[in-house]
Write a protein that binds this ligand. Sequence first.
Ligand code: ATP
Ligand code: MG
Length: 474
Amino acid sequence: MTKFSELELSPSLIKSVRRMGFEEATPIQAKTIPLSLKGIDIIGQAQTGTGKTAAFGIPLIEKIDTKNPNIQGIIIAPTRELAIQVSEELYKIGYDTRTRVLAVYGGQDIGRQIKALKKGPHIIVGTPGRILDHINRRTLKLDQVHTLILDEADEMLNMGFIDDIEAILSSVPEDRQTLLFSATMPDPIRRIAERFMKNPETIRVKTKEMTVPLIEQYFVKVYEREKFDVLSRLIDVQSPELAIVFGRTKRRVDELANALNLRGYIAEGIHGDLSQAKRLSVLRKFKEGKVDVLVATDVAARGLDISGVTHVYNYDIPQDPESYVHRIGRTGRAGKEGMAITFVSPREMGYLKTVEQTTKKRMMPMRPPSIDEAFEGQQRVSMDKINEILREGSLDQYVNVAKELLEGNDPVMVTAAALKLMTKEPDNTPVHITEERPLPMKKDSQKSSYRRGKQSSSSYANKNRKPKRAGRRP
Ligand SMILES: Nc1ncnc2c1ncn2[C@@H]1O[C@H](COP(=O)(O)OP(=O)(O)OP(=O)(O)O)[C@@H](O)[C@H]1O
Ligand SMILES: [Mg+2]
Protein backbone atom coordinates (compact mmCIF):
# COMPACT_ATOMS: atom_id res chain seq x y z
CA MET A 1 0.00 0.00 0.00
CA THR A 2 1.33 3.39 -0.98
CA LYS A 3 0.49 6.55 0.88
CA PHE A 4 0.16 9.75 -1.08
CA SER A 5 2.79 11.29 1.18
CA GLU A 6 5.32 8.80 -0.22
CA LEU A 7 4.79 10.02 -3.76
CA GLU A 8 6.73 13.26 -3.67
CA LEU A 9 3.76 15.51 -4.14
CA SER A 10 3.51 19.07 -2.95
CA PRO A 11 1.89 19.55 0.47
CA SER A 12 -1.06 21.51 -0.87
CA LEU A 13 -1.87 18.75 -3.33
CA ILE A 14 -1.71 16.16 -0.58
CA LYS A 15 -4.03 18.34 1.45
CA SER A 16 -6.61 18.35 -1.35
CA VAL A 17 -6.35 14.60 -1.86
CA ARG A 18 -6.83 14.06 1.86
CA ARG A 19 -9.87 16.31 1.81
CA MET A 20 -11.31 14.07 -0.89
CA GLY A 21 -11.13 11.22 1.59
CA PHE A 22 -8.40 9.28 -0.21
CA GLU A 23 -6.18 7.55 2.34
CA GLU A 24 -3.97 5.43 0.14
CA ALA A 25 -3.17 5.40 -3.54
CA THR A 26 -4.90 2.71 -5.58
CA PRO A 27 -2.54 0.37 -7.48
CA ILE A 28 -2.85 2.24 -10.79
CA GLN A 29 -2.21 5.51 -8.98
CA ALA A 30 0.83 4.16 -7.12
CA LYS A 31 2.30 2.92 -10.39
CA THR A 32 1.54 5.83 -12.70
CA ILE A 33 2.01 8.90 -10.53
CA PRO A 34 5.83 8.65 -10.14
CA LEU A 35 6.35 7.77 -13.81
CA SER A 36 4.05 10.46 -15.03
CA LEU A 37 5.88 13.05 -12.92
CA LYS A 38 9.02 12.12 -14.85
CA GLY A 39 7.33 13.14 -18.07
CA ILE A 40 7.12 9.68 -19.62
CA ASP A 41 4.32 8.82 -22.06
CA ILE A 42 2.02 6.25 -20.51
CA ILE A 43 -0.69 3.85 -21.55
CA GLY A 44 -2.47 3.06 -18.30
CA GLN A 45 -4.90 0.19 -18.07
CA ALA A 46 -6.76 -0.78 -14.92
CA GLN A 47 -10.20 -2.08 -14.11
CA THR A 48 -13.26 0.14 -13.95
CA GLY A 49 -13.70 2.16 -10.79
CA THR A 50 -10.09 1.89 -9.61
CA GLY A 51 -9.17 5.55 -9.68
CA LYS A 52 -7.71 6.20 -13.11
CA THR A 53 -8.96 9.79 -13.05
CA ALA A 54 -6.77 10.70 -10.09
CA ALA A 55 -3.97 8.56 -11.55
CA PHE A 56 -3.63 11.08 -14.38
CA GLY A 57 -5.15 14.02 -12.50
CA ILE A 58 -2.73 14.14 -9.57
CA PRO A 59 0.52 14.30 -11.58
CA LEU A 60 -1.08 16.73 -14.02
CA ILE A 61 -2.06 19.12 -11.24
CA GLU A 62 1.43 18.74 -9.75
CA LYS A 63 2.98 19.86 -13.03
CA ILE A 64 0.79 22.93 -13.53
CA ASP A 65 2.48 26.28 -13.05
CA THR A 66 -0.42 28.23 -11.59
CA LYS A 67 1.37 31.52 -12.19
CA ASN A 68 1.17 30.89 -15.90
CA PRO A 69 -2.35 31.79 -17.04
CA ASN A 70 -2.18 29.60 -20.14
CA ILE A 71 -3.63 26.20 -20.86
CA GLN A 72 -1.00 23.64 -19.90
CA GLY A 73 -2.99 20.44 -19.78
CA ILE A 74 -5.79 19.11 -21.93
CA ILE A 75 -7.96 16.10 -21.20
CA ILE A 76 -10.25 14.64 -23.83
CA ALA A 77 -13.21 12.43 -22.94
CA PRO A 78 -15.86 10.78 -25.13
CA THR A 79 -19.03 12.19 -23.58
CA ARG A 80 -20.12 15.50 -22.16
CA GLU A 81 -21.16 14.00 -18.85
CA LEU A 82 -17.77 12.38 -18.44
CA ALA A 83 -15.96 15.60 -19.36
CA ILE A 84 -17.91 17.39 -16.63
CA GLN A 85 -17.24 14.65 -14.08
CA VAL A 86 -13.51 14.58 -14.81
CA SER A 87 -13.30 18.36 -14.61
CA GLU A 88 -15.01 18.23 -11.21
CA GLU A 89 -12.55 15.65 -9.90
CA LEU A 90 -9.60 17.68 -11.22
CA TYR A 91 -11.03 20.80 -9.61
CA LYS A 92 -11.04 19.01 -6.26
CA ILE A 93 -7.50 17.70 -6.70
CA GLY A 94 -6.30 21.18 -7.65
CA TYR A 95 -8.31 23.02 -5.02
CA ASP A 96 -5.47 23.89 -2.67
CA THR A 97 -3.00 24.68 -5.42
CA ARG A 98 -5.68 26.94 -6.94
CA THR A 99 -5.58 25.28 -10.30
CA ARG A 100 -8.21 26.53 -12.70
CA VAL A 101 -10.03 23.76 -14.57
CA LEU A 102 -12.62 24.33 -17.28
CA ALA A 103 -14.95 21.86 -18.99
CA VAL A 104 -15.83 22.57 -22.62
CA TYR A 105 -18.45 20.43 -24.26
CA GLY A 106 -21.17 20.58 -26.86
CA GLY A 107 -24.70 21.58 -26.01
CA GLN A 108 -23.46 24.38 -23.79
CA ASP A 109 -23.53 28.01 -24.91
CA ILE A 110 -20.28 28.60 -26.79
CA GLY A 111 -20.24 32.31 -25.94
CA ARG A 112 -20.17 31.48 -22.28
CA GLN A 113 -17.33 29.05 -22.85
CA ILE A 114 -15.33 31.65 -24.76
CA LYS A 115 -15.75 34.05 -21.86
CA ALA A 116 -14.61 31.39 -19.40
CA LEU A 117 -11.62 30.59 -21.60
CA LYS A 118 -10.51 34.21 -21.35
CA LYS A 119 -10.15 33.82 -17.59
CA GLY A 120 -7.03 31.73 -18.12
CA PRO A 121 -7.80 28.14 -17.16
CA HIS A 122 -4.75 25.94 -16.63
CA ILE A 123 -6.51 22.74 -17.64
CA ILE A 124 -9.23 22.08 -20.20
CA VAL A 125 -11.40 18.99 -20.07
CA GLY A 126 -13.54 18.52 -23.12
CA THR A 127 -15.23 16.48 -25.77
CA PRO A 128 -13.44 16.27 -29.14
CA GLY A 129 -16.05 18.07 -31.24
CA ARG A 130 -16.26 21.14 -29.04
CA ILE A 131 -12.50 21.33 -28.51
CA LEU A 132 -12.01 21.29 -32.28
CA ASP A 133 -14.67 23.92 -32.65
CA HIS A 134 -12.75 26.20 -30.30
CA ILE A 135 -9.47 25.45 -32.07
CA ASN A 136 -11.05 26.43 -35.39
CA ARG A 137 -12.48 29.63 -33.91
CA ARG A 138 -9.06 30.37 -32.42
CA THR A 139 -10.59 30.66 -28.99
CA LEU A 140 -8.39 27.91 -27.60
CA LYS A 141 -4.65 28.49 -27.42
CA LEU A 142 -2.83 25.24 -27.00
CA ASP A 143 0.78 26.25 -27.70
CA GLN A 144 1.75 25.93 -24.04
CA VAL A 145 0.16 22.56 -23.45
CA HIS A 146 2.71 20.17 -21.99
CA THR A 147 0.36 17.30 -21.15
CA LEU A 148 -2.39 15.71 -23.22
CA ILE A 149 -4.58 12.98 -21.77
CA LEU A 150 -7.08 10.75 -23.47
CA ASP A 151 -9.52 9.29 -20.99
CA GLU A 152 -11.30 6.20 -22.32
CA ALA A 153 -8.45 6.15 -24.83
CA ASP A 154 -9.55 3.09 -26.80
CA GLU A 155 -12.91 4.70 -27.45
CA MET A 156 -11.27 8.00 -28.40
CA LEU A 157 -9.05 6.26 -30.94
CA ASN A 158 -11.87 4.28 -32.45
CA MET A 159 -13.49 5.04 -35.79
CA GLY A 160 -15.95 7.57 -34.43
CA PHE A 161 -13.37 9.91 -32.94
CA ILE A 162 -9.98 9.27 -34.50
CA ASP A 163 -10.16 12.08 -37.07
CA ASP A 164 -11.04 14.65 -34.45
CA ILE A 165 -8.32 13.41 -32.13
CA GLU A 166 -5.69 13.62 -34.86
CA ALA A 167 -6.78 17.15 -35.64
CA ILE A 168 -6.48 18.15 -31.99
CA LEU A 169 -3.10 16.46 -31.67
CA SER A 170 -1.76 18.54 -34.52
CA SER A 171 -2.59 21.71 -32.59
CA VAL A 172 -0.69 20.67 -29.48
CA PRO A 173 3.14 21.02 -29.22
CA GLU A 174 4.98 17.91 -30.30
CA ASP A 175 7.18 17.72 -27.25
CA ARG A 176 4.18 17.22 -25.01
CA GLN A 177 3.62 14.28 -22.70
CA THR A 178 0.80 12.01 -23.83
CA LEU A 179 -1.14 9.83 -21.42
CA LEU A 180 -3.79 7.27 -22.32
CA PHE A 181 -6.14 5.60 -19.89
CA SER A 182 -8.87 3.01 -20.11
CA ALA A 183 -10.09 -0.21 -18.55
CA THR A 184 -9.84 -1.80 -22.00
CA MET A 185 -7.14 -1.48 -24.64
CA PRO A 186 -7.46 -3.86 -27.57
CA ASP A 187 -4.19 -4.43 -29.41
CA PRO A 188 -5.12 -2.80 -32.74
CA ILE A 189 -6.03 0.37 -30.87
CA ARG A 190 -2.83 0.23 -28.85
CA ARG A 191 -0.88 0.17 -32.10
CA ILE A 192 -2.70 3.25 -33.34
CA ALA A 193 -1.91 4.97 -30.05
CA GLU A 194 1.77 4.24 -30.26
CA ARG A 195 1.96 6.20 -33.51
CA PHE A 196 1.64 9.48 -31.72
CA MET A 197 3.37 8.64 -28.47
CA LYS A 198 7.06 8.67 -27.59
CA ASN A 199 8.28 5.29 -26.30
CA PRO A 200 5.19 4.83 -24.24
CA GLU A 201 5.37 2.77 -21.12
CA THR A 202 2.41 0.46 -20.66
CA ILE A 203 1.23 0.22 -17.11
CA ARG A 204 -1.21 -2.54 -16.44
CA VAL A 205 -2.52 -3.42 -13.07
CA LYS A 206 -2.20 -7.16 -13.38
CA THR A 207 -5.37 -9.04 -12.64
CA LYS A 208 -6.64 -12.35 -13.83
CA GLU A 209 -9.89 -10.89 -15.08
CA MET A 210 -10.64 -7.72 -16.95
CA THR A 211 -13.72 -7.07 -14.85
CA VAL A 212 -13.89 -6.24 -11.17
CA PRO A 213 -14.12 -9.30 -8.87
CA LEU A 214 -16.58 -7.46 -6.65
CA ILE A 215 -19.15 -7.50 -9.43
CA GLU A 216 -21.21 -10.69 -9.49
CA GLN A 217 -21.92 -11.45 -13.12
CA TYR A 218 -24.99 -13.33 -14.30
CA PHE A 219 -26.77 -13.97 -17.55
CA VAL A 220 -30.42 -14.78 -18.11
CA LYS A 221 -31.40 -16.67 -21.22
CA VAL A 222 -34.62 -15.05 -22.31
CA TYR A 223 -36.69 -14.50 -25.43
CA GLU A 224 -37.03 -10.95 -26.61
CA ARG A 225 -40.78 -10.81 -25.87
CA GLU A 226 -40.27 -11.95 -22.28
CA LYS A 227 -37.48 -9.55 -21.45
CA PHE A 228 -39.56 -6.79 -19.93
CA ASP A 229 -41.47 -9.01 -17.48
CA VAL A 230 -38.20 -10.61 -16.45
CA LEU A 231 -36.65 -7.19 -15.91
CA SER A 232 -39.53 -6.01 -13.72
CA ARG A 233 -39.43 -9.16 -11.64
CA LEU A 234 -35.69 -8.99 -11.21
CA ILE A 235 -35.95 -5.42 -10.00
CA ASP A 236 -38.69 -6.50 -7.57
CA VAL A 237 -36.68 -9.40 -6.19
CA GLN A 238 -33.32 -7.67 -6.07
CA SER A 239 -34.58 -4.22 -5.03
CA PRO A 240 -31.50 -2.32 -6.17
CA GLU A 241 -30.52 0.89 -4.46
CA LEU A 242 -29.84 2.47 -7.85
CA ALA A 243 -29.93 0.53 -11.10
CA ILE A 244 -28.84 1.21 -14.65
CA VAL A 245 -30.56 -0.60 -17.50
CA PHE A 246 -28.64 -0.51 -20.76
CA GLY A 247 -30.53 -0.77 -24.02
CA ARG A 248 -29.21 -0.99 -27.56
CA THR A 249 -30.98 1.96 -29.18
CA LYS A 250 -32.49 5.30 -28.30
CA ARG A 251 -35.98 4.06 -29.11
CA ARG A 252 -35.48 1.12 -26.83
CA VAL A 253 -34.32 3.40 -24.02
CA ASP A 254 -37.37 5.66 -24.40
CA GLU A 255 -39.75 2.73 -24.50
CA LEU A 256 -38.16 1.01 -21.53
CA ALA A 257 -38.21 4.16 -19.41
CA ASN A 258 -41.90 4.71 -20.25
CA ALA A 259 -42.78 1.10 -19.59
CA LEU A 260 -40.99 1.06 -16.25
CA ASN A 261 -42.88 4.17 -15.18
CA LEU A 262 -46.17 2.60 -16.22
CA ARG A 263 -45.39 -0.30 -13.93
CA GLY A 264 -44.69 1.93 -10.99
CA TYR A 265 -40.90 2.34 -11.04
CA ILE A 266 -39.25 5.73 -11.02
CA ALA A 267 -37.20 5.57 -14.18
CA GLU A 268 -35.75 8.02 -16.67
CA GLY A 269 -33.91 7.54 -19.91
CA ILE A 270 -30.68 9.11 -21.13
CA HIS A 271 -29.37 9.09 -24.69
CA GLY A 272 -27.85 11.34 -27.28
CA ASP A 273 -31.06 12.75 -28.73
CA LEU A 274 -32.00 14.53 -25.55
CA SER A 275 -31.06 18.15 -25.01
CA GLN A 276 -27.95 18.69 -22.95
CA ALA A 277 -30.00 20.31 -20.19
CA LYS A 278 -32.24 17.24 -20.04
CA ARG A 279 -29.28 14.84 -20.02
CA LEU A 280 -27.74 16.66 -17.10
CA SER A 281 -30.97 16.91 -15.15
CA VAL A 282 -31.70 13.20 -15.57
CA LEU A 283 -28.23 12.34 -14.34
CA ARG A 284 -28.53 14.72 -11.41
CA LYS A 285 -31.84 13.22 -10.33
CA PHE A 286 -30.35 9.75 -10.55
CA LYS A 287 -27.36 10.75 -8.42
CA GLU A 288 -29.67 12.30 -5.85
CA GLY A 289 -31.77 9.15 -5.73
CA LYS A 290 -34.87 10.89 -7.09
CA VAL A 291 -34.78 8.45 -9.98
CA ASP A 292 -34.23 4.78 -9.10
CA VAL A 293 -33.63 3.32 -12.52
CA LEU A 294 -31.56 5.01 -15.19
CA VAL A 295 -32.20 3.59 -18.63
CA ALA A 296 -29.32 4.37 -20.96
CA THR A 297 -27.62 3.77 -24.25
CA ASP A 298 -23.87 3.35 -24.23
CA VAL A 299 -23.68 7.11 -23.76
CA ALA A 300 -23.59 6.29 -20.04
CA ALA A 301 -21.38 3.22 -20.34
CA ARG A 302 -17.97 4.78 -19.91
CA GLY A 303 -16.37 6.48 -16.99
CA LEU A 304 -19.43 7.70 -15.09
CA ASP A 305 -18.91 7.38 -11.37
CA ILE A 306 -22.20 7.30 -9.51
CA SER A 307 -22.13 5.93 -6.01
CA GLY A 308 -25.07 3.77 -5.00
CA VAL A 309 -25.40 1.92 -8.30
CA THR A 310 -25.82 -1.64 -7.04
CA HIS A 311 -27.19 -3.28 -10.19
CA VAL A 312 -26.54 -3.08 -13.91
CA TYR A 313 -28.97 -4.79 -16.26
CA ASN A 314 -28.01 -5.33 -19.87
CA TYR A 315 -31.45 -5.50 -21.44
CA ASP A 316 -29.62 -6.24 -24.65
CA ILE A 317 -26.27 -7.96 -24.71
CA PRO A 318 -23.70 -5.48 -26.01
CA GLN A 319 -22.19 -6.10 -29.42
CA ASP A 320 -18.63 -6.01 -28.25
CA PRO A 321 -16.88 -7.18 -25.10
CA GLU A 322 -15.37 -3.78 -24.31
CA SER A 323 -18.80 -2.24 -24.10
CA TYR A 324 -19.77 -4.99 -21.67
CA VAL A 325 -16.76 -4.29 -19.45
CA HIS A 326 -17.53 -0.59 -19.26
CA ARG A 327 -21.29 -0.98 -18.79
CA ILE A 328 -21.04 -3.35 -15.87
CA GLY A 329 -18.24 -1.21 -14.46
CA ARG A 330 -20.83 1.40 -13.48
CA THR A 331 -21.28 -0.74 -10.39
CA GLY A 332 -18.68 -2.31 -8.10
CA ARG A 333 -16.64 0.90 -7.90
CA ALA A 334 -14.05 1.95 -5.34
CA GLY A 335 -14.23 -1.33 -3.44
CA LYS A 336 -18.02 -1.61 -3.33
CA GLU A 337 -19.95 -4.68 -4.40
CA GLY A 338 -22.24 -4.85 -7.40
CA MET A 339 -24.27 -7.16 -9.55
CA ALA A 340 -24.54 -7.31 -13.33
CA ILE A 341 -27.26 -9.24 -15.16
CA THR A 342 -27.16 -9.64 -18.92
CA PHE A 343 -30.14 -10.75 -20.98
CA VAL A 344 -29.23 -13.05 -23.81
CA SER A 345 -31.68 -14.30 -26.39
CA PRO A 346 -31.02 -17.91 -27.38
CA ARG A 347 -29.61 -16.87 -30.77
CA GLU A 348 -27.11 -14.53 -29.12
CA MET A 349 -25.28 -17.09 -27.01
CA GLY A 350 -22.21 -16.71 -29.24
CA TYR A 351 -21.85 -13.12 -28.09
CA LEU A 352 -21.89 -14.25 -24.50
CA LYS A 353 -18.94 -16.53 -25.22
CA THR A 354 -17.03 -13.74 -26.91
CA VAL A 355 -17.55 -11.51 -23.90
CA GLU A 356 -16.41 -14.24 -21.54
CA GLN A 357 -13.30 -14.94 -23.58
CA THR A 358 -12.27 -11.30 -23.47
CA THR A 359 -13.03 -10.72 -19.80
CA LYS A 360 -11.66 -14.14 -18.80
CA LYS A 361 -14.59 -14.50 -16.48
CA ARG A 362 -17.60 -16.79 -16.70
CA MET A 363 -21.05 -15.42 -16.09
CA MET A 364 -23.30 -17.54 -13.92
CA PRO A 365 -26.69 -18.53 -15.31
CA MET A 366 -29.64 -17.02 -13.48
CA ARG A 367 -33.19 -18.34 -13.59
CA PRO A 368 -35.78 -15.64 -14.21
CA PRO A 369 -37.83 -15.11 -11.05
CA SER A 370 -41.49 -16.13 -11.00
CA ILE A 371 -44.23 -13.66 -10.32
CA ASP A 372 -44.60 -15.07 -6.79
CA GLU A 373 -40.93 -14.59 -6.10
CA ALA A 374 -41.19 -11.01 -7.35
CA PHE A 375 -44.14 -10.41 -5.04
CA GLU A 376 -42.34 -11.91 -2.10
CA GLY A 377 -39.28 -9.81 -2.92
CA GLN A 378 -41.36 -6.66 -2.71
CA GLN A 379 -42.91 -7.77 0.58
CA ARG A 380 -39.43 -8.26 1.93
CA VAL A 381 -38.58 -4.71 0.92
CA SER A 382 -41.53 -3.56 3.05
CA MET A 383 -40.43 -5.83 5.87
CA ASP A 384 -36.96 -4.33 5.80
CA LYS A 385 -38.47 -0.87 6.01
CA ILE A 386 -40.60 -1.85 9.00
CA ASN A 387 -37.61 -3.41 10.74
CA GLU A 388 -35.64 -0.26 10.15
CA ILE A 389 -38.39 1.89 11.65
CA LEU A 390 -38.54 -0.47 14.62
CA ARG A 391 -34.80 -0.07 15.10
CA GLU A 392 -35.06 3.69 14.92
CA GLY A 393 -37.79 3.69 17.59
CA SER A 394 -39.61 6.96 18.32
CA LEU A 395 -43.00 5.38 17.62
CA ASP A 396 -44.64 6.68 20.81
CA GLN A 397 -47.13 8.77 18.92
CA TYR A 398 -48.43 5.68 17.11
CA VAL A 399 -48.80 3.36 20.07
CA ASN A 400 -52.34 4.26 21.16
CA VAL A 401 -53.90 3.71 17.77
CA ALA A 402 -51.81 0.59 17.30
CA LYS A 403 -53.32 -0.86 20.47
CA GLU A 404 -56.78 0.04 19.27
CA LEU A 405 -56.09 -1.67 15.96
CA LEU A 406 -55.04 -4.85 17.68
CA GLU A 407 -58.18 -5.01 19.80
CA GLY A 408 -60.33 -7.69 18.26
CA ASN A 409 -57.96 -8.17 15.30
CA ASP A 410 -55.49 -10.93 14.69
CA PRO A 411 -52.00 -9.38 14.92
CA VAL A 412 -50.86 -11.33 11.89
CA MET A 413 -53.71 -9.94 9.83
CA VAL A 414 -53.00 -6.40 11.06
CA THR A 415 -49.39 -6.75 10.03
CA ALA A 416 -50.41 -8.24 6.70
CA ALA A 417 -52.65 -5.25 6.07
CA ALA A 418 -49.81 -2.89 6.88
CA LEU A 419 -47.57 -4.83 4.50
CA LYS A 420 -50.22 -4.68 1.79
CA LEU A 421 -50.38 -0.93 2.17
CA MET A 422 -46.64 -0.60 1.75
CA THR A 423 -45.94 -3.17 -0.91
CA LYS A 424 -45.75 -2.66 -4.61
CA GLU A 425 -47.90 -5.51 -5.90
CA PRO A 426 -47.10 -7.32 -9.13
CA ASP A 427 -48.10 -5.01 -11.90
CA ASN A 428 -49.07 -6.38 -15.25
CA THR A 429 -49.98 -3.09 -16.86
CA PRO A 430 -49.55 -3.75 -20.56
CA VAL A 431 -46.54 -1.99 -22.00
CA HIS A 432 -45.20 -1.58 -25.49
CA ILE A 433 -41.61 -2.44 -26.27
CA THR A 434 -40.78 -2.75 -29.94
CA GLU A 435 -39.07 -6.05 -30.56
CA GLU A 436 -35.49 -5.75 -31.67
CA ARG A 437 -33.97 -8.31 -33.87
CA PRO A 438 -31.31 -10.34 -32.11
CA LEU A 439 -27.74 -9.64 -33.17
CA PRO A 440 -26.66 -11.58 -36.24
CA MET A 441 -25.69 -15.15 -35.46
CA LYS A 442 -22.09 -15.62 -34.54
CA LYS A 443 -20.45 -18.65 -36.05
CA ASP A 444 -17.33 -18.75 -34.02
CA SER A 445 -16.50 -16.67 -31.05
CA GLN A 446 -13.10 -15.37 -31.94
CA LYS A 447 -12.09 -12.04 -30.57
CA SER A 448 -13.68 -9.86 -33.12
CA SER A 449 -14.58 -6.72 -31.29
CA TYR A 450 -12.50 -4.43 -33.41
CA ARG A 451 -13.54 -5.82 -36.70
CA ARG A 452 -16.81 -4.05 -36.34
CA GLY A 453 -15.53 -1.12 -38.41
CA LYS A 454 -17.84 1.81 -38.67
CA GLN A 455 -20.31 0.38 -36.24
CA SER A 456 -17.99 1.23 -33.45
CA SER A 457 -18.94 4.85 -33.63
CA SER A 458 -22.44 3.80 -32.72
CA SER A 459 -21.59 3.33 -29.12
CA TYR A 460 -21.65 6.95 -28.19
CA ALA A 461 -24.49 9.23 -28.73
CA ASN A 462 -24.32 12.88 -29.50
CA LYS A 463 -20.64 13.44 -29.54
CA ASN A 464 -20.82 17.13 -30.34
CA ARG A 465 -19.92 16.45 -33.86
CA LYS A 466 -20.89 18.21 -36.97
CA PRO A 467 -24.10 16.77 -38.39
CA LYS A 468 -22.57 15.82 -41.71
CA ARG A 469 -20.42 13.24 -40.04
CA ALA A 470 -22.88 12.08 -37.48
CA GLY A 471 -23.94 8.56 -38.25
CA ARG A 472 -26.75 6.62 -36.70
CA ARG A 473 -26.18 6.46 -33.03
CA PRO A 474 -28.13 4.83 -30.23
N1 ATP B 1 -7.01 6.58 -3.68
C1 ATP B 1 -8.34 6.53 -3.59
N2 ATP B 1 -8.93 6.21 -2.42
C2 ATP B 1 -10.28 6.15 -2.33
N3 ATP B 1 -11.13 6.41 -3.34
C3 ATP B 1 -10.59 6.72 -4.53
C4 ATP B 1 -9.17 6.80 -4.72
N4 ATP B 1 -8.94 7.16 -5.99
C5 ATP B 1 -10.14 7.29 -6.58
N5 ATP B 1 -11.14 7.04 -5.71
C6 ATP B 1 -12.59 7.08 -6.00
O1 ATP B 1 -12.93 5.90 -6.72
C7 ATP B 1 -14.00 6.15 -7.62
C8 ATP B 1 -13.66 5.64 -8.99
O2 ATP B 1 -12.62 6.39 -9.56
P1 ATP B 1 -12.53 6.71 -11.13
O3 ATP B 1 -13.82 7.26 -11.62
O4 ATP B 1 -11.33 7.52 -11.34
O5 ATP B 1 -12.35 5.23 -11.72
P2 ATP B 1 -11.83 4.79 -13.16
O6 ATP B 1 -10.71 3.85 -12.94
O7 ATP B 1 -11.58 5.99 -14.01
O8 ATP B 1 -13.09 3.96 -13.71
P3 ATP B 1 -13.66 3.84 -15.21
O9 ATP B 1 -12.81 2.83 -15.92
O10 ATP B 1 -15.07 3.35 -15.03
O11 ATP B 1 -13.58 5.18 -15.82
C9 ATP B 1 -14.25 7.64 -7.57
O12 ATP B 1 -15.38 7.89 -6.78
C10 ATP B 1 -13.00 8.19 -6.94
O13 ATP B 1 -13.23 9.40 -6.27
MG1 MG C 1 -12.44 6.78 -15.65
